[in-house]
Ligand binder design. Structure first.
Ligand SMILES: Cc1ncc(COP(=O)(O)O)c(C=O)c1O
Length: 405
C-alpha cells in the first residue's frame, strides 16, 4: 500500500476559499471576552432579554403535541404559519416569502442569485461587514457609494449605476450597521427612483427596524415600492428581516420578502444550500408570535436607555470635539475622530484600559478607508457599565487627539 501523506490544503483551496480572511470582529471578540473588559465591540443582542421561559414552555408544548414531526425534514419555503405571519405584515402573500437560516444566509442567497462573479453590488460607505464577506466569498465586487446623515447620496448612486457594472443595491435604511443612521424618506424614494430607472434590484436589509426608541417609523423601501406599483410582483425590492434582534439570534430564523419569480429562485438556491431552516426553531418562533409585540417593547426600552446613557456619557466626555451619530434605534453609534488618527492602533491601549470597540476600517470596501472612525455597540452593556466604559475610553481617545509635545 502507498504511504499516506498529509494533504497540502493551501494548494487545494478553491479561489473562493483563498479569498476568505478572518473577520476583524471575530478576532476582537476573542480579546474582549475577558470579564474585566466592557465591550462596545461585539454588537451582540442582550442575552438577559431573550425570552427563555417562553422558549422553554414552547418547546415542551411542541414536543408533546408534534412529536417526531417537530424534528423531521420540512419544506424549503418554510413553516406555513410563519410565512403567513410575515406575509400579513408585509402586504403580500405567503408565496412572496422565503424563510432563511438567519438573514446572513438570505444575503448570501440573494447575492448569488442576482450577481455573477466579477460583477458588482453598490453598498453604503461604510456598510455591514457580514455583507462584505458575502461579496468576497462570491467573487462579487462591493462598490462603496458615498453617504451622509440621510443615507446614500442619490447623485453618487446614479453615477455608480450609470457604469452598467452594478447588478444590485444593498442598503440598511433603519439604524444602519455600523453607523446607526436612518435613511430619510426622501432618500428612500430617491433610491427607489434610481433602482426603477436603471432596472436594478434593491436588497433592503432590515434587522433593526423594529428597535426604534424615538421618532416616527418610516415606510420600508418594500412598502414604498408596493404603494407605487400596487403589485408585489413588480417591486424591485427584496426585503430581509430577522428574529435575531427581537427573539434570539441562535434560533437562526429570518425571512426574505420579494416578487414571486425571484423568491422561487431563492427557494431553489436554498434547497442546494441547506434543504430548509430548522423545523424546530421555526416552530419555536411560531409559538412565540403572540409575545413578539411585548418582546419588541422590552428590547426597545432597554436599548433606548442604553443608547441614552452612551449619548450622555459621550456628550460629557467629548462635547463637540468628536463627531458622532445619534441613532433613533438599533444597537450602534458611530464616532469620527478629527485628524489622522488610526483607531485600530488605539485598540490594544483601550483593551488594556478595560474597554473595547471596533475600528471603522472593518466596514469599508477599501481597507485604508475609515481609519479615524469607530463603532460603539450599546446593546449588551447596562447603562452603568456604559458610563464606566466611556470613562475608560475617553482618556484613550483624548490621548490620540492631543499628542504630547
Ligand atoms: C445589517 C445586518 N444584516 C444581517 C445580519 C445577520 O443577521 P441574522 O442573525 O439574521 O443572520 C446582521 C447581524 O448583526 C446585521 O447587522
Amino acid at each position: 500500500m502507498p504511504e499516506l501523506g498529509p494533504i497540502d490544503w493551501e494548494r487545494r483551496l478553491s479561489p473562493a476559499a483563498q479569498r476568505l480572511k478572518a473577520s476583524d470582529i471575530r478576532e476582537i471578540l476573542k480579546v474582549t471576552e475577558q470579564p474585566h473588559v466592557i465591550s462596545f465591540a461585539g454588537g451582540l443582542p442582550a442575552p438577559e432579554l431573550f425570552p427563555i421561559d417562553a422558549l422553554e414552555a414552547a418547546s415542551s408544548r411542541i414536543f408533546a403535541r408534534d412529536g417526531g414531526t417537530s424534528v423531521q425534514y420540512s419544506t424549503t419555503e418554510g413553516d406555513p404559519a410563519l410565512r403567513t405571519w410575515v406575509a400579513e405584515r408585509s402586504a403580500v402573500t405567503p408565496d412572496h416569502v422565503q424563510i432563511v437560516t438567519g438573514s446572513q444566509q438570505g444575503l448570501d442567497l440573494v447575492c448569488r442569485a442576482l450577481v455573477a462573479p466579477g460583477r458588482a453590488v453598490a453598498v453604503e460607505d461604510p456598510t455591514y461587514l457580514g455583507f462584505l464577506q458575502v461579496t468576497q466569498f462570491n467573487g462579487v465586487r462591493a462598490v462603496a457609494v458615498e453617504t451622509d446623515d440621510e443615507g446614500l447620496l442619490p447623485d453618487a448612486l446614479d453615477r455608480a449605476l450609470s457604469t452598467g457594472e452594478i447588478d444590485a443595491i444593498y442598503v440598511m435604511p433603519n439604524f444602519q450597521n455600523p453607523t446607526g443612521r436612518t435613511t430619510s424618506l426622501e432618500r428612500r424614494e430617491a433610491i427607489l427612483d434610481l433602482a426603477l430607472a436603471h432596472g436594478v434590484p434593491v436588497i433592503e436589509d432590515d434587522p433593526y427596524g423594529e428597535l426604534r426608541f424615538r421618532g416616527e417609523a418610516l415606510p420600508s423601501l418594500h412598502d414604498l415600492a408596493i404603494a407605487r406599483t400596487g403589485d408585489p410582483d413588480r417591486s424591485p425590492v427584496l426585503r430581509l428581516s430577522t428574529f435575531s434582534k427581537i427573539l434570539a439570534p441562535g434560533l437562526r430564523v429570518a425571512w426574505v420578502v420579494g416578487a414571486k419569480p425571484i423568491i422561487w429562485r431563492l427557494t431553489l438556491a436554498k434547497q442546494a444550500a441547506d434543504l430548509h431552516t430548522s423545523t424546530l426553531t421555526q416552530r419555536l418562533a411560531v409559538e412565540l408570535l403572540p409575545i413578539v409585540p411585548d418582546q419588541i417593547t422590552k428590547v426597545t426600552e432597554a436599548y433606548g436607555a442604553r443608547a441614552l446613557a452612551l449619548e450622555e456619557a459621550l456628550d460629557d466626555a467629548f462635547g463637540s470635539a468628536v463627531l458622532r451619530t445619534r441613532p433613533d434605534g438599533g444597537m450602534f453609534t458611530w464616532l469620527e475622530l478629527p485628524g489622522p488618527v488610526d483607531t485600530a492602533a488605539l485598540l490594544p491601549t483601550a483593551v488594556e484600559a478595560g474597554v473595547a470597540f471596533v475600528s471603522g476600517g472593518a466596514f469599508h470596501c477599501e481597507e485604508s478607508a475609515g481609519r479615524s472612525t469607530l463603532r460603539l455597540s450599546f446593546s449588551s452593556s447596562t447603562p452603568d457599565q456604559i458610563t464606566e466604559g466611556v470613562s475608560r475610553l475617553a482618556p484613550v481617545l483624548w490621548g490620540a487627539l492631543q499628542p504630547v509635545g
